[in-house]
Design a protein around this ligand. Structure first.
Ligand SMILES: [Ca+2]
Length: 221
């Protein structure tokens, strides 16, 4: 999707890694080389109490399944939010079209009002519904992890539930994005301009040694 070389940090070293493809015009990238209990990242920020939520990211998966891309745990419930995991599944989201080793832009939007949710893939709304966790509040102050499923706060990881692949431009908003905002990001027109995100890939804490971080800025598609 993007031919410019990207700069990656892996194993504490800094070097261009040409075997990895890159998404243009995003501000952060992560590479999880294999599903492992050690391959995950945490964040320097946590989430506030949320009645609405949008999560968008670019995703590239060469594996035959998507493990747990994201999990959010609190002391009360280790499964407050789990994206593409299977412990437990509240809503099945179609993912087979993502398993083609190509970059895809995903947005998952949810509102406690009517419990509505929207699942976009490459700007297309591929599933939506209502009465999903209607009236619920995502409690703030928990532990957000990419690449692993938490069974306790910031722990209880299982290699079988891990994620392998690349993530770019990860962002979380405390509101439901508009279809035009989702489309703009998918077309990489406004990825840096959709305001109000409260957390992004730039807020990753020191990643585990085998997770690589990369950056590409303003390269041409
Ligand atoms: Ca869990």
């Amino acid at each position: 999707m993007c031919s410019c070389p990207s700069l990656w940090v892996c194993f504490g070293a800094l070097y261009p890694l040409f075997i990895l493809s890159a998404v243009c015009n995003v501000d952060s990238m992560l590479f999880f080389p294999m599903a492992s209990a050690e391959n995950y990242v945490t964040f320097s920020l946590t989430l506030p109490d949320l009645h609405e939520l949008s999560v968008c990211l670019w995703l590239r998966v060469e594996a035959q399944h998507i493990g747990t891309l994201l999990s959010y745990a609190t002391d009360d419930n280790d499964n407050q939010l789990v994206l593409y995991g299977h412990d437990p599944v509240y809503r099945r989201l179609p993912v087979w079209s993502l398993l083609d080793a190509r970059w895809h832009h995903l947005c998952i939007l949810w509102s406690s009002i009517q419990g509505r949710f929207w699942h976009y893939s490459d700007q297309h709304l591929i599933s939506s519904g209502s009465n999903f966790r209607k009236g619920w509040e995502v409690p703030g102050g928990g532990s957000l992890v990419l690449g692993q499923e938490q069974d306790i706060v910031a722990g209880g990881f299982d290699a079988a539930e891990g994620f392998a692949g690349q993530v770019a431009g990860f962002r979380v908003w405390k509101r439901v994005l508009t279809p035009a905002e989702v489309e703009g990001m998918s077309l990489r027109l406004k990825n840096l301009a959709v305001s109000g995100n409260m957390l992004s890939g730039l807020n990753v804490s020191q990643p585990q040694p085998h997770v690589c971080t990369g950056r590409v800025r303003y390269c041409r598609a």
